[in-house]
Design a protein around this ligand. Structure first.
Ligand code: 6R9
Length: 658
C-alpha cells in the first residue's frame, strides 16, 4: 500500500443534488422501490444461502441440481453450487431458444467501416456449435485453455461461447496488448491454442494481430500452443504456418451446427482474465462456471432492469471484464439484444457513438467516464444533431465519474429523463457490486450509491473496523458472493495475500479488499474515490506501476524507474515516469521517444508514459523504498506535503523539482 486512503480522498464531493427514479421508470421496474430493494438486502443478509440458492435455481438451467449453495470451509477459497452441472453457453443460447427467443436478435454487430451483421439466437447458436466442433477437430476439449486475441468482431463472442460450450476455459487478451504481453499470458496460462484475426480496424487504421501472435510464438516460446485459428477481417497478407495455423473460414463453416453443451461442474473454470495488480506481473483472475454465470445474469437484470424490447449497447472491448460480463454473458443469459461495435469515435466520425444509438435505436447505453469527459469537452452541438429518444437508461463503469460529467451525461445524452447508473466493480468481482437500481434508487451525481442485495460492502480502516460516516477508508466486501474470483491462476498464495490478507481485522474473519478507497455519506451512499494501491487507471484501463517500471528498466539506457499517476481531466489519470539513466546514457527527446516505444512494445500502447522525467536519483527511504507519495505530488505540480524525514537524501528533492 503506497498511500493512506484518507490522504488520497479529496473532499470535493459535497454533492447535494438527488434524482429520484421517475415514476414511469419505477412503475414498470422489477425492483420498483427503495423499500423493495431493502427487503431484498434483508433477505440476503438473514439467510444468504437461501437467497442465492433460490436465485440460482430460478435463473439458470441445471443439467444436475447442486446440493450445497456455498462451501466456505476453506476461506478464501469458495465453492458455490457444489454438485451442480450447468453450461453458460447453454444458458445463453439453447435456453433462450427454448424460451421462445430463437428468432430474436442476440447480437447486432457494426464494423468500423460500417458493415452490419445480425445474429438471432438461433443463428448464434448454430455459429457457436460450428465453432465448438471446429475446436474439437483441433483436439481441444474440457480443461484446455484457449487464448483469444481478437478485434471486436462477432467471432470474438462466438469463440468465447464455443470454448464455454466444450468446457475449454478462455483467456481473452485485449487486442491492444503487445506480442510480449500476449506471450507472457500464453506461457502463464499454458494455452493450447490461440484464436485471432489477420487484423482489426481501429481509428481508420489496420491493427495487425496475426503477426503479433507469430512474434509471441516465435522460437518455440510457448510450446503448449499447438494451433492458431485465424478469422479473416482485414485481408492483410499474413504468414500461415502449415500444421499450426488454420483459417476460420476453412475450418468452421463446414462443421455441423449441432454440438451438445458439455455438462460442466459448477466450479469448473470458465475463464482466466489477466489484470494488473500492485505487485509483480499481471494476475490471471480465475472465474468458474455457475457462480459467475449467476452473477453476470442477475446483475445485468437488476441494474438495467432489462425488458424484452430493449436494445442494449456496451461500448467496452471483449478483452476486458466489462466485455465478458456485459457484452456477452450477462445480456445473452437474459435473452437480451446486445450491440457490438468495432469502432470508436475518431476524427473521421466523432459522432460515431451517437450515430450507433440513433441507427440501432439503442435504449440502454453503457460506457466509461473517460469517453463522457471527452465528449463534454467538445460541447453538446455534436450529440444534439442525433435523435437519441430511444434511450431510457445510461450506465457508466471503469473509473470514478465526476459530478460534472455525470450531470452532462444525464442532461445532454439522456435528455434529463434517463437515470444514470454508475456501477462500481472489478475484474475480480465478476460483475457489478455497487450500483443504483433504476426503479428504486435515488441517485446522486458521482456516487455509485448502494451495494447490490447480498453484497456486504463496507469502508474500513487498516484493522478492518468500519470508519465513521464521511471518513475515507478501504472499500471492502465482508462476505463471499457467487461472482467472486476463485483464485489467481497458478498462485493461490498471491490470491490469499493480495486480496484477503491485506487487512487483518481483529476477530480474524477474512475480508476482501479491492484496492479502492471510498467513503460513505450520512445517507449511506458510497463514494468510490479510486485506487489506493500502486495501480493507475488511465481512461478506465488498469495499469500496474510496477509493470511499466519493469518495462522501462529492461531498456539498456535505464538504471532505475518509478512510475506514478497524475490526475488528468480527460483520462482520469496519466502516466508519469521518473527515470535514472545508466552512466553512459544521456537524456534527450530521442531517448524519451525510444523509451515510450519500448514500453509500447513490452506492454501495449495504453501503457506508454505521457511524461518521462530524468533525474540523477529517486527519493528513497533509508531502507531503500521509493517514496512514491513524493513523486505523485511532484508529478501533479503540488508542493511536497507530509513527512519527508525518512528520506535518505533530501537534496534529491531539489533536483527533482527542476
Ligand atoms: C469493471 C472494471 C477495476 C477498477 C476498480 C476501480 C475502478 C471501476 C468504477 C471504478 C469508481 C466506478 N472502477 N468502476 N471506480 N467508480 N464506477 O473496470 O474492472 O478493469 O478490473 O478495473 O476500476 O478502481 O478497482 P477493472
Amino acid at each position: 500500500m503506497s498511500s493512506d486512503p484518507s490522504e488520497s480522498i479529496e473532499s470535493v464531493l459535497n454533492e447535494e443534488r438527488v434524482f429520484d427514479p421517475s415514476p414511469d421508470v419505477a412503475d414498470e421496474a422489477r425492483i420498483s422501490s427503495l423499500s423493495q430493494y431493502k427487503m431484498m438486502v434483508d433477505q440476503a443478509r438473514e439467510d444468504p444461502e437461501k437467497f442465492w440458492g433460490e436465485a440460482a435455481r430460478k435463473e439458470l438451467h441445471w443439467f444436475e441440481p447442486f446440493n450445497q449453495v456455498l462451501d466456505w470451509s476453506n476461506p478464501p477459497f469458495a465453492k458455490w453450487f457444489s454438485g451442480g452441472k450447468t453450461n453458460i453457453s447453454f444458458n445463453c443460447l439453447d435456453r433462450q431458444i427454448q424460451n421462445g427467443n430463437g428468432d430474436k436478435e442476440a447480437i447486432i454487430w457494426e464494423g468500423e467501416p460500417g458493415e452490419i451483421r445480425r445474429f438471432t439466437y438461433k443463428q448464434l447458436h448454430q455459429e457457436v456449435c460450428r465453432a465448438a466442433n471446429a475446436l474439437k477437430d483441433l483436439g481441444l476439449g474440457k480443461g484446455d485453455l484457449v487464448a483469444l486475441y481478437m478485434p471486436m468482431v462477432p467471432e470474438a463472442a462466438i469463440a468465447m461461447l464455443a470454448c464455454a460450450r466444450i468446457g475449454a476455459p478462455h483467456s481473452v487478451v485485449f487486442g491492444g496488448f503487445s506480442s510480449e504481453a500476449l506471450r507472457d499470458r500464453l506461457i502463464d496460462g499454458e494455452a493450447k491454442a490461440v484464436i485471432t484475426a489477420d487484423g482489426g480496424y481501429r481509428k481508420d487504421k489496420v491493427i495487425e494481430l496475426k503477426s503479433a501472435v507469430d512474434l509471441a510464438l516465435a522460437n518455440n516460446a510457448c510450446p503448449s500452443v499447438k494451433s492458431v485459428l485465424v478469422v479473416q477481417r482485414t485481408n492483410e497478407s499474413i504468414d500461415m504456418q502449415t500444421g499450426r495455423d488454420h483459417w476460420w473460414h476453412d475450418l468452421v463453416p463446414s462443421q455441423s451446427d449441432f454440438c451438445s453443451a458439455e455438462h460442466m461442474d459448477s466450479e469448473d473454470r470458465l475463464f482466466v482474465l489477466y489484470t494488473s495488480g500492485s505487485t509483480g506481473k499481471p494476475k490471471g483472475v480465475v472465474h468458474t462456471t455457475a457462480g459467475y454465470n449467476l452473477w453476470a445474469h442477475l446483475t445485468f437484470q437488476w441494474i438495467f432492469d432489462i425488458r424484452d424490447d430493449d436494445i442494449y449497447w456496451c461500448t467496452a472491448d471483449v478483452g476486458w471484464i466489462t466485455g465478458h460480463s456485459y457484452i456477452v454473458y450477462g445480456p445473452l443469459s437474459n435473452g437480451a439484444t446486445s450491440v457490438m461495435y468495432e469502432g470508436v469515435p475518431r476524427p473521421s466520425n466523432p459522432g460515431a457513438f451517437w450515430e450507433v444509438i440513433e441507427k440501432h435505436k439503442v435504449s440502454i447505453f453503457y460506457t466509461a467516464p473517460t469517453a463522457i469527459r471527452a465528449f463534454m469537452k467538445n460541447g453538446r452541438s455534436l450529440p444534439d444533431k442525433y435523435n437519441m429518444n430511444s434511450l431510457r437508461l445510461l450506465g457508466t463503469v471503469g473509473e470514478p465519474i465526476n459530478p460534472e460529467a455525470w450531470m452532462w451525461y444525464r442532461e445532454v445524452i439522456g435528455g434529463n429523463r434517463c437515470p444514470v447508473i454508475d456501477t462500481w466493480w472489478q475484474t475480480e468481482t465478476g460483475g457489478v457490486m455497487i450500483s443504483p437500481l433504476p426503479g428504486a434508487t435515488p441517485t446522486k451525481p458521482g456516487s455509485a450509491t448502494f451495494p447490490l442485495p447480498g453484497i456486504e460492502a463496507d469502508v474500513v480502516n487498516a484493522n478492518g473496523e468500519t470508519v465513521p460516516t464521511g471518513e475515507g477508508g478501504y472499500l471492502v466486501i465482508r462476505k463471499p458472493w457467487p461472482g467472486m474470483m476463485r483464485t489467481v491462476h497458478g498462485n493461490e498464495k498471491r490470491f490469499r495475500e493480495s486480496y484477503w490478507e491485506y487487512l487483518r481485522p481483529t476477530g480474524g474473519n477474512l475480508i476482501y479488499f479491492a484496492g479502492d478507497g471510498a467513503r460513505r455519506d450520512s445517507d449511506g451512499y458510497f463514494w468510490v474515490m479510486g485506487r489506493v494501491d500502486d495501480v493507475i487507471n488511465v481512461s478506465g484501463h488498469r495499469l500496474g506501476t510496477m509493470e511499466i517500471e519493469s518495462a522501462l528498466v529492461s531498456h539498456p539506457a535505464v538504471s532505475e524507474a518509478a512510475v506514478v499517476g497524475r490526475p488528468d481531466d480527460l483520462k482520469g489519470e496519466s502516466v508519469v515516469a521518473f527515470v535514472t539513466l545508466e552512466g553512459t546514457s544521456s537524456a534527450s527527446d530521442h531517448l524519451i521517444n525510444d523509451l515510450r516505444n519500448h514500453v509500447g512494445n513490452e506492454i501495449g500502447a495504453i501503457a506508454k508514459p505521457d511524461e518521462i522525467r530524468f533525474s540523477d536519483a529517486l527519493p528513497k527511504t533509508r531502507s531503500g523504498k521509493i517514496m512514491r507519495r513524493i513523486l505523485r505530488s511532484l508529478a501533479a505540480g503540488n508542493d511536497i506535503s507530509g513527512d519527508t524525514s525518512t528520506l535518505e537524501d533530501r537534496s534529491v528533492l531539489d533536483k527533482l523539482r527542476n
